[in-house]
Design a protein around this ligand. Sequence first.
Ligand SMILES: *Cc1c(COP(=O)(O)O)cnc(C)c1O
Length: 229
Amino acid sequence: MSIADNIKSLKKETGEINVALLAVSKTKPAADLQQAYDAGQRLFGENTVQELVEKQEQLPKDIEWHLIGHLQTNKVKYIAPFISMIQSVDSIKLLQEINKHAAKNNRVIDCLLQIYIADEETKFGLGFDEAIELLRSEEYAALKNVRIRGLMGIATNTDAEKQIKEEYYELKTFFDGIKVSFFRKQESFDTLSMGMSADYKVAIEQGSNMVRLGSTIFGGRVVKHWKNN
Ligand SMILES: *Cc1c(COP(=O)(O)O)cnc(C)c1O
């Protein structure tokens, strides 16, 4: 199937159940993104600042760009003028830096806290306790130019469906608890980003309302072993 066909069928499948579809276009050329755009796709996700900035310059300006990969504080300034959502917030330091650059651009930047749920050695993401600590902190309370819209999580890369299901179930339960405890009056806390090509159906069953799909839309990627992401 073509990229356009993939977009059309996935938009239908997710749209019917009010799940947002983020097209993860990392490593793919701008021409591929343009095909998805022409088929109606407007939400795109990249995992590096460099690719994000390059593609943002080349492609239509009504695209909503999401960053889904680890963000270094010294790179926030490059995306602050235009980014729609940063899904990979994993420290108060980073959130403070985003706030600073959002203020410089007279913006409020939407963010998700990335929560560590996988049973794998990965460097990024807040533990449940750390996320609570961040939300309780005075440092967070002082930030006026960031808005936390919800949570993002990446499940273990495994064929064991039961494990993936449990990880997403835990994240959904945590999301509900956080909403009640910290965002009871904020309707804008509404996004639970979980699910990739291999596991998005399980994620949706467990309560995801945003899936991040790359290979299902654009085909497989060449794995670059010399690069982290
Ligand atoms: C690459 C990536 C995806 C999409 O992966 P696919 O398996 O190609 O769907 C989703 N989320 C994150 C954080 C990613 O880095």
